[in-house]
Design a protein around this ligand. Sequence first.
Ligand code: NAD
Length: 508
Amino acid sequence: MSSLLTRDEYQALARTLALPANAVIGGKSTPAIGGGTFETINPATGEVLAKIASCRKEDVDLAVEKARRAFDTGGWSRSHPSERKRVIRRLARLMEKHAHELAVLETLESGKPIYDVETIDIPEAIHCLEWHAEATDKIYGQTSPSGDNVVSTIVRQPLGVVACVLPWNFPILMLAWKLGPALSTGNSVIVKPAEQTNMTALRIAELAHEAGIPEGVLQIVTGPGEVTGKELGLHPDIDMVAFTGSTEIGRKFLEYSAKSNLKRIVLECGGKNPCIVLDDAECLDVVAQHATQAVFWNMGENCSSNSRLIVHKNIKDKLLEQILVKLRDWPLGDPLDPGNRLGAIVSKEQFDKIMGYISKGKSEGAKIVAGGNAQAFGKGYFIEPTIFDNVTAGMTIAREEIFGPVLSIISVANADEAVRVANDTSYGLAASIFTANGGRAQRMARDIRAGTVTINCYGEGDVTTPFGGFKLSGFGGRDKSLHAHDQYTELKTVWTDISDPKQTQTLD
Ligand code: NAD
């Protein structure tokens, strides 16, 4: 990890950096064929940062054509696995070298605190790419137990052309989660970043070419979801879409697939994740630290945000007291200041949505115990970390994904009720349990319907563990771990009859 710069140094870098605005197609930085652009905004100031290429059907068609050609010629798809490993590792090294520049681009467009981008997002993205790169030449095929007269191999082959459609909340990290396994298995990849956050994907694609990625193997098409994203979803020559975003748009990709070529669809969607704290939980100050990190990290714009704190009524007041103490560790302000842990909300639209939920919480009778207000720093979109007490399971703020810095506290009487409330959601991405009773923690983990359950901590596992959701939180696969490699490949059986023809009986 590179060391942090000062606020002045980050701001100086922000003033001098070249802001990438063109799509990357066929190995080249290129405007949209029709010349269209859209504005990208700095949510910390409300100012326009750049005009980004707005790709339409003709741009997507061109990118797919280049991707298919690259795949068929085999320069990447059939290259030696150790060669793919070398190139992806070189990309990781270049990202490390350009970490400050990438961090500034990410923060300018997303409003994320640069402290997080430098200390979490970029190091984890680099580690993710390296991990998948290392796996490239360590995964074996299988043979089947089909008897002496047969050699049957079961191999995994790259799918072909894979589109990755990304959200705005972790632009670099979500890119790495998809690129690592998709590239290492030999696919040609077309990325569509969210329209709010394009620049780091564009810059990383440039670095990938510097690292030796062949033309057509990694391309970036920028543009509005309902145009560029839809064209990718409906394209007849794309073999898979790996999507991270809302459940609403995830459903659309299943429709696009059904209407086009039955391309494989993997969805990582939203969450309304519970953090359960029982009355035997140890060290409530440590629990409070995890609980605040779980909901306020990335301003709550996090699919695995533990936005529901389900706590035993006997310890609720004590825990809340500790959480209010921990809130002092979450200064809000200029995201380019590495002293801040909370930055700007990504857009006016998201800001309005969150403020709407805060009003709804108040009108439905929940009690604000912290925050609840917008903060004016110039024309940026800032919201105080907000805590609601006396929330009941039926309230809107307890049911819908807010995707903002808003915690809802729900009191329960015992562990069974806690699990019931935790499962009373249409989502199932993640959950945390705090209790000193190890056996009970394991039983609860078994009973909670979520893709990742953490015990006595908050987290998402690491690159070695699969990440994805039950119910409306996901479909068709997982990010991270070797399971991710599987989903970017197709299984093939090659069956060879090796019986000796001389000994084969002919039937009359
Ligand atoms: P979103 O669904 O609005 O957009 C995601 C992507 O889909 C963007 O690239 C967007 O341009 C594209 N898109 C939008 N409309 C489209 C359409 N009609 N057709 C095709 N593509 C379209 O999501 P978002 O607001 O960018 O991200 C927030 C959501 O992402 C939250 O629900 C969050 O929980 C989820 N998320 C999930 C994970 C996970 O791993 N499970 C991780 C991060 C974010």
